[in-house]
Design a protein around this ligand. Structure first.
Ligand code: SAH
Length: 274
């Protein structure tokens, strides 16, 4: 008998942002194929102790990563053995992830599947940084973007991004941030739109850096941000000052295990504040 694959979004970091549905499924899973940006606490606490956890993390620029073909093969082979396979991804499964490849593989191989959404990093970072993304009188829309390499955003689109009042959220763009800022300033983005860089959002090591885009060079350009980092741009960023409720420890520790460090450490530093 064929098993099943359930693609699950694990949320952005704080393990309690996992959905109840995801928790229920992790308790009965036989195999969990997990990404790097999944809370180690979720793996240690919410996954059935009987489940086999397989790390298939990717970290584009840092080299060590599992090829997509291997991930596809693992999903198929375990499901064909009749197992309940969870494919666990950081944030939401459909935002800047390879879900399409995986769905196509499942359909081609006639494997039953389900999709469970998760809290995407933009929503986690916005909540924990006290930045309401479409606050009344500030923004009426939200755009989820990436500039992970310089040419993903076409030159003429920068003009529109600089002009719009929509809140802009950039994923996977901390290393190209100087270009993002430069392109928006070159297209005369308004001075009342601010930039927030949110490092390790929703984890005990979250850090929020705020700057005007025009002061980026002076204030932020020589900072090295810890991965993962999300960038929020818009008038709404000013609200952070007033609604900054989350007071993490602000240590300088990496919450997510790196590709070459697969050990899970759920000792004291990871405990969330109440
Ligand atoms: N599917 C994920 C996004 C995967 S792309 C989601 O829905 O959130 C990976 C990028 O997401 C990172 O480069 C970073 O920009 C962002 N990201 C994920 N988790 C984050 C976190 N806890 N804090 C800040 N950014 C995060």
């Amino acid at each position: 008998m064929k098993g099943k694959v359930i693609l699950i979004g694990a949320g952005p970091g704080d393990p309690e942002l996992l959905t109840v549905k995801a928790f229920r499924i992790l308790q009965i899973a036989d195999v969990v194929l997990t990404d790097r940006l999944v809370s180690p606490e979720i793996l240690a606490t919410y996954v059935s102790p009987k489940a086999e956890i397989i790390y298939v993390g990717k970290q584009c620029r840092k080299g060590a990563s599992t090829p997509q073909a291997t991930i596809n093969e693992l999903m198929v082979s375990h499901a064909n053995e009749g197992k309940l396979v969870v494919r666990l991804k950081g944030g939401d499964v459909s935002i800047f992830s390879n879900i399409l490849d995986e769905l196509e593989t499942l359909v081609e191989n006639n494997i039953p599947y389900e999709i469970v959404p998760g809290v995407t990093a933009a929503l986690g970072a916005a909540a924990y940084a006290g930045i309401p993304l479409t606050a009344r009188n500030y923004a009426t829309a939200l755009r989820l973007l990436t500039a992970y390499k310089p040419d993903v955003v076409p030159a003429n689109y920068w003009k529109e991004l600089a002009a719009t009042d929509d809140t802009l959220v950039f994923y996977m763009s901390s290393e190209t941030l100087a270009d993002v800022v430069q392109n928006l300033c070159a297209n005369k983005i308004s001075k009342d739109k601010l930039l927030a860089v949110v490092e390790q959002a929703t984890t005990p090591f979250q850090k929020v850096h705020i700057s005007s885009l025009y002061e980026y060079d002076k204030k932020l350009s020589d900072k090295k941000f810890r991965s993962p980092t999300l960038v929020i741009i818009g008038k709404v960023v000013a609200l952070h000052q007033q609604f900054d409720w989350f007071k993490p420890k602000n240590g300088s520790v990496e919450y997510f295990s790196s590709a070459d460090n697969k050990s899970i450490n759920v000792s004291e530093p990871l405990a969330l504040t109440a």
